[in-house]
Design a protein around this ligand. Sequence first.
Ligand SMILES: Cc1cc2nc3c(=O)[nH]c(=O)nc-3n(C[C@H](O)[C@H](O)[C@H](O)COP(=O)(O)OP(=O)(O)OC[C@H]3O[C@@H](n4cnc5c(N)ncnc54)[C@H](O)[C@@H]3O)c2cc1C
Length: 416
Amino acid sequence: MRYSGFRVIAEALTGHKGWKPVWRDPVPQAEYDYIIIGGGGHGLATAYYLAKEFGQARIAVLEKGYLGGGNVGRNTTIIRSNYLLDGNEPFYEFSLKLWEGLEQDFNYNAMVSQRGIINLIHTDAQRDAFTRRANAMMLHGADAEMLSREQVRKLYPWLNFDNARFPIKGAIAQRRGGTVRHDAVAWGYARGADLRGVDLIQNCEVTGMRIVGGRILGVETSRGYIGAKKVGVAVAGSSSKVMAHAGMRLPIESHVLQAFVSEGLKPLIDGVMTFGAGHFYVSQSDKGGLVFGGDIDGYNSYAQRGNLPVIEDVAEGGMALMPAIGRVRLLRSWGGIMDMSMDGSPIIDKTPVEGLYFNGGWCYGGFKATPASGWCFAHLLAKDESHTTARAYRFDRFLKGLMIDEKGQGATPNLH
Ligand SMILES: Cc1cc2nc3c(=O)[nH]c(=O)nc-3n(C[C@H](O)[C@H](O)[C@H](O)COP(=O)(O)OP(=O)(O)OC[C@H]3O[C@@H](n4cnc5c(N)ncnc54)[C@H](O)[C@@H]3O)c2cc1C
């Protein structure tokens, strides 16, 4: 079923009885050419681009729960390409360009909203660092702008500009950054993949891998054995668990990241804003709730919920920046499991097992990467070589010491 304005009007006049399920519920076949493990944003985008851009067929996505129940439906929906390092900036800019045409591409309303993002500056040294970043972004063809304190004041006069510890001295802005309705991204890719014949198999947990003579032959699942010529793993926070089935130990730790939404408010903030002196980022949903988050919980965990110290830390960050929200009520908080890599950057690569490919290590920045990650992983699966923008994201960077450490924190996953 194609969506259009005409269709919406016709359905509205006939009691919305004509809408059909957006994807099929197929029974797993005995064998596929490609199995993608993980029905999150990255797995679904990979299947979609494999079929659409690389002309591949006989593809299945195996998801242990329901499509979009993982981090793709739990994040704070921020997209941007304001990275500094050579390995990262071209990839995230490629992703932002794909976001810009995504809704037309898969004919689904994902509410891509380029409402702009600003990162606040609180010290002169930070201004120097952000100016360097803005220059690096522009060298890679992205947009960047430095804002003065007065320009920021014009945007958001209610910010705490004269906080004794963290006065606001300006900001770096990326006008093309913004937000996207996260679960609609999963639904749009799922629908697009299904339309091209991809089998989306839910409630199908991968519990083992059949590897003979260094080659993968298929996967054991909660719904039986399924054969495959190639298997791509895109399971985000469960990366270490799933790759353990192939005997691999990854340079990745799993941590919980929490997020929060307030009660609905009148329009307060029309873009995305990040605090430059603490870990706090905020935007306002179309329903009026402030959507915000902060740091990961400081210990390893596979639980999809977090703990109180981080809630307190996020609330403190919010209050330091926006004292006006002091009496706003919190509506909900939730958590997702983050695949934190050693240098804070992702991995899209082959593995030592023939036919087995890995995509992960997205830390808490993988939502914005969804289109490019899917495209580059599909490229790798179909052509057996890395896409140009993802060449830096190979396992051997850890062997060669070529870390892509955007934050400059060293090999400490919980600090990235
Ligand atoms: C609170 C929060 C806020 C965030 N905010 C942002 C943000 O603003 N911007 C941004 O860019 N990123 C953000 N992120 C990060 C981003 O959401 C993730 O990096 C990204 O969604 C991970 O990729 P995914 O969508 O494929 O993961 P997921 O949606 O988690 O998909 C992985 C899937 O694999 C499935 N799976 C696991 N094990 C198995 C198995 N054995 N068999 C079959 N299936 C399996 C899971 O059920 C899951 O559905 C945030 C994350 C969280 C939790």
